[in-house]
Design a protein around this ligand. Structure first.
Ligand code: NAD
Length: 251
């Protein structure tokens, strides 16, 4: 693993209790950062903190529904109270109820409020702290569904296209203030979100066959991209939606 040099720095990860968020929280901690793990699932968020502590890292759990502005503000305040600053923020919490009819009002509203409004609320509060500090790096989780069309999931697709737009907005707005804003656009990644899909061997085979590299990605492979984008190694990279999809959108 490459050491991206987060010693003495502070990172926060939303949706840090599971999948891509957990892998990234662990990677930040391994690289030396103190980490705020934010989630709505207190059990899994607490487990991520325990995993970090078991490896000698420093982390704390904050219960935070990213679609609630007051909870987001409280989570950021707790981070500053606990660790004193915020260098890297990974706005990753998201939902994808693959079997739901996303044209139903409540399904549409839930996807947009968590996947898109949640990213905006976090980014807004993080930027306020980073502006006072004189800089920082923000990475938002979009998806390849934020770059190409998806006939079955209007809400998920619209929310992730929105995340890419919001990322470009943030990059331009804060470019002169030392805050870089980028996005990751994963293809199909093996996490609890996709476990129900791949439980069916035929579906797993279909998913693998749709990816030129012939397999799903791992949460660690996304985490490495997030650390790079958040690090000084990417100091001239901003407004970029980085595709991590085994070639799925190259065809
Ligand atoms: P996951 O279900 O394993 O993890 C998502 C985490 O977000 C969970 O811990 C969940 O409790 C948390 N969460 C849900 N709603 C929340 C809320 N309102 N506030 C705070 N936390 C909340 O899923 P994952 O696969 O790790 O997905 C992480 C992100 O990556 C999501 O934004 C997802 O859309 C995106 N993504 C995933 C894939 C994939 O194939 N797994 C592909 C592209 C993009």
């Amino acid at each position: 693993m490459i050491d991206y040099g987060f010693q003495g720095k502070v990172a926060l990860v939303t949706g840090g209790g599971s999948g891509i968020g957990r892998a990234t929280a662990l990677a930040f901690a391994r690289s030396g950062a103190s980490v705020t793990v934010a989630d709505v699932d207190d059990k899994s968020g607490g487990e991520t903190v325990e995993l970090i502590a078991a490896h000698g890292g420093r982390a704390f759990y904050s219960h935070c529904d990213v679609s609630d502005g007051a909870q987001v503000r409280a989570m950021i305040r707790q981070t500053i109270d606990r660790f004193g600053r915020l260098d890297a923020a990974f706005n990753n919490a998201g939902v994808n109820d693959i079997s739901a009819d996303e044209y139903r009002d409540e399904v549409w509203a839930r996807a947009l409020s968590i996947n898109l409004t949640g990213v905006m609320l976090c980014m807004r509060e993080e930027a306020e702290v980073m502006l006072k500090q004189g800089g920082g790096a923000i990475v938002n989780t979009a998806s390849i569904n934020g770059l190409v069309g998806n006939p079955g999931q209007p809400a998920y697709s619209a929310s992730k296209h929105g995340v890419v737009g919001l990322t470009r907005h943030g990059a331009l707005r804060w470019a002169q203030a030392g805050i870089r804003v980028n996005a990751v656009c994963p293809g199909v990644i093996q996490t609890p979100m996709t476990d129900p899909l791949v439980a069916d061997p035929q579906m797993k085979q279909l998913i693998d066959s749709m990816t030129p590299m012939g397999r799903m990605g791992s949460a660690d492979e996304v985490a490495q991209a997030v650390l790079w984008l958040s690090s000084d190694a990417a100091s001239f990279v901003t407004g970029h939606p980085l595709v991590i999809d085994g070639g799925a959108t190259a065809v």
